[in-house]
Design a protein around this ligand. Structure first.
Ligand code: GLC
Length: 714
């Protein structure tokens, strides 16, 4: 037996032993990932013979075929199969489709997100996959960006906590390895323009964008993906400072870095940072990229560089070693046993998914008509009109990165999964009522006839459920938006429905925040589902019927106007005037906001000490009482403000959160341990330090409603 096949040895040692056996051709092949649908048939065969390191978008039996092909190569190095299983293994029609990351984040539930990661890993592994390009740790701060739906929202602390949880879930059973992406500050591109330049300093990166990746590295994330864009005009694919000096040397990242799609080619064709692919390949590898996602020419370029002594061989060897180590750790060399295919969409995962949709649903408005709240609707409601383009559209409800849109866009395909749109959900929870349905309009297309039909249905109903939002044509990768308003056809439909005078309950099924001022002012009730996955429609219906007491909270702010973005809560002070002169101040909905059918009262905030030395920790506690007669779950949130600091710090920054179940009439004391890091800032010299002074400690139900205590750090 080859020494590197000795399973008693450490994976790093096995990787080194194997590396020492490898030829230049075998090394170059390991550093390439090819996508079956982006290479010629000849190349597809060629790279099988060469023993390519990885395949993308290959699933099921095709993975077995390619594993067998690798067994015919000299060293039999197994390929690693990657895919975007980013809210379930959703590129497989029939697998569970969980809520999108943005919807997941509404749960503020670390254990739920861990379970979602674990279930996703088992379903992907059952389909031959070893690696998911997830989680997205970009921050959704500029709402014009098309990929907000893939983020955990606007906040670095929440994104870090959710990212850590899902990575641990993905890797719990060592079936697959995760991928923290897109490194780094990809969502901060100027103007929200996908893959455009992010005008951020290293200090801002360290303060805002690096913390979620630090948590990912600490969580043992197996891989990191290099973002498309550039940092202050330095392409990330060629950015040694970010990829090697900070990620690998300073943070100690031991896994491997894969580029995003065709980044090597983009250095030549888009960023004009390299004359040709050979120069681009050298730049990418020597900056710290270990694997190139596609760009098949990368193989020959790398080989030429190696043979000509034109590339740092220690770097090449390090890249190969990193990739092999991940493969050994995954057991790919040792006859890994995969879960049975029956794992895919098994009952346990479906139940988890239903729980996910229920926890992710956010109630934003629930007004009273007379002295009665509109929601929940009475079980005796006789007729309900369900109206709107997203009322019965699973494609809109799923959002991006499912079999509908990747790896190719499919218009004519039926979803095989067991899913509930809002229409099906309403029928399920109001079995005795007459349910009337009318689409009313498209998200983008008006339809005069359909509007009239919808209005006449509304006029026959006791209540109207209007399901609106957005669709994949205006959301997702390459699909940034300048105008975040609800589209005109939908606004027109809503105004007509409002004019009927019936109770108007709006459900938002959308990839990201919209300018929701009209909805806030004119709807009697409003529920935000984002892309809620298979059971998003059932969870929304259960809230409407009072079978679910909503507990979701917003991980992202909702603007009043498109031009108001960015409008994230953890802003700096210092705006002359503090508002735009032509719109009201503030957001329509703030970070952390969400209603419950219960009512929670906060009292008695107290610190374990009000003065302390730098480096000490302190405990803050608060009493939370459910003053309603309905048992419920509250998400208690901790924010901190460093009142005077040598560098601008946010007016408040989330530093803790806990979901707490509190039954009617009960009081629970909720405490947070504030560790030194929560009081730190990144100073002008890029050092993370704690400065003496007064800190405002805030604990409450969202970023605008909280109790405050003062802490002095000497
Ligand atoms: C895409 C995305 C990236 C994804 C990759 C593979 O273009 O930017 O998030 O993981 O290509 O599908």
């Amino acid at each position: 037996m080859e020494k590197y096949m000795d399973t008693s040895l450490a994976c790093e040692e096995r990787a080194q032993l194997l590396l020492e056996e490898m030829t230049d051709e075998e090394k170059a092949a390991q550093l390439l990932q090819i996508s079956y649908n982006a290479v010629s048939a000849e190349d597809y065969e060629r790279f099988q013979r060469l023993g390519v390191g990885s395949y993308l978008h290959v699933t099921g039996e095709e993975t077995d075929k390619l594993r067998a092909a690798a067994q015919k190569t000299r060293l039999k190095i197994p390929p690693i199969f990657g895919i975007d299983a980013i809210h379930g293994h959703a590129l497989l029609n029939g697998a569970v489709v969980f809520p999108s990351q943005l919807a997941m984040a509404c749960s503020f539930d670390r254990s739920l997100i861990y379970e979602i990661g674990r279930a996703t890993a088992l379903e992907a592994a059952a389909d031959g996959i070893d690696w998911t390009f997830s989680p997205v740790l970009c921050l959704g701060r500029d709402l014009r960006w098309g990929r907000i739906d893939e983020t955990f929202g606007e906040d670095p602390y929440l994104a870090g906590e959710m990212g850590e949880a899902i990575i641990k879930g993905y890797q719990a059973d060592n079936m697959i390895t995760a991928c923290a992406k897109h490194y780094i500050a990809y969502g901060e591109a100027t103007g929200g323009r996908d893959a455009y330049d992010s005008e951020v300093t290293e200090r801002k990166i360290r303060e805002v964008f690096l913390p979620p990746f630090e948590k990912a590295v600490r969580a043992g994330c197996g891989t990191v993906m290099t973002a498309y864009g550039s940092i202050d005009a330095s392409p990330l694919s060629a950015n040694r400072r970010m990829l090697t000096e900070i990620l690998k040397e300073e943070l100690g990242f031991e896994g491997f870095v894969v580029t995003d799609w065709e980044n090597v080619r983009s250095l030549v064709t888009k960023q004009h940072a390299a004359e040709n692919l050979k120069q681009a390949s050298k730049l990418a590898v020597e900056a710290g990229n270990d694997m190139s996602m596609n760009t098949p020419e990368f193989y020959d370029c790398l080989l030429e560089l190696m043979r000509g002594g034109e590339i740092d061989m220690a770097r090449v060897n390090d890249a190969v070693r990193r990739i092999l180590t991940v493969k050994f750790k995954l057991g790919l060399f040792d006859g890994k046993k995969r879960p049975p295919r029956g794992t895919i969409a098994c009952e346990e995962h479906k139940e988890l998914n239903l729980r996910s949709a229920r926890e992710c649903a956010v109630l934003l408005e629930n007004k009273s008509i007379g002295d009665t709240k509109v929601l929940p609707l009475s079980g005796d409601t006789k007729t309900i009109a369900v109206i709107g383009p997203n009322a019965d559209d699973i494609r809109a409800q799923y959002g991006d990165w499912t079999f509908f849109s990747h790896p190719e866009w499919k218009d004519e395909v039926e979803a095989k999964g067991d899913y509930y749109t809002v229409l099906r959900g309403i029928k399920e929870v109001f079995p005795k009522a007459e349910i009337l349905y009318g689409k009313g309009c498209g998200v983008l297309e008006a339809d005069d006839k359909a509007v009239e039909e919808a209005v006449s249905l509304a006029e026959c109903a006791d209540a109207v459920v209007a399901v609106v939002g957005d669709c994949l044509a205006i959301n997702g990768e390459y699909r940034d938006r300048a105008d975040l308003s609800l589209t005109a056809p939908q606004t027109e439909l809503l105004k007509r429905l409002k004019a009927t005078g019936k109770p108007l309950i709006a459900v938002l099924v959308n990839g990201k925040p919209l300018c929701a001022e009209w909805l806030k002012n004119n709807c009697d009730a409003l529920i935000e589902m984002f892309n809620g996955g298979d059971y998003g429609g059932l969870a929304a219906a259960e809230i409407i019927a009072g079978k679910l007491n909503p507990s979701g909270r917003l991980p992202i702010s909702f603007p009043r106007h498109s031009a108001q973005t960015p409008c994230y809560y953890n802003r700096y002070d210092g705006w002359h005037g503090g508002k735009y002169v032509d719109i009201e101040a503030g957001n329509v909905y703030d970070f952390g906001y969400g209603l419950s059918y219960s009512e929670f009262e906060y009292k008695n905030i107290r610190l374990s000490k009000t003065e302390m030395e730098k480096g000490e920790s302190v405990r803050v506690s608060v009493d939370v009482t459910n003053i309603s007669d309905i048992d419920g779950t509250e998400t208690v949130q901790l924010y901190i403000n460093d009142k005077i600091s040598s560098i601008l710090t946010p007016v408040k920054q989330l530093c803790g959160f806990e979901r707490v179940r509190i039954n009617a009439g009960d009081t629970k004391t909720v405490s947070f341990e504030i560790e030194p890091e929560a009081l730190s800032l990144v100073n002008a010299k890029c050092e993370r330090v704690i400065e003496s002074g007064v800190f405002e400690i805030m604990v409450g139900k969202n970023s605008e409603e909280y109790l405050t205590a003062e802490l002095v750090v000497k």
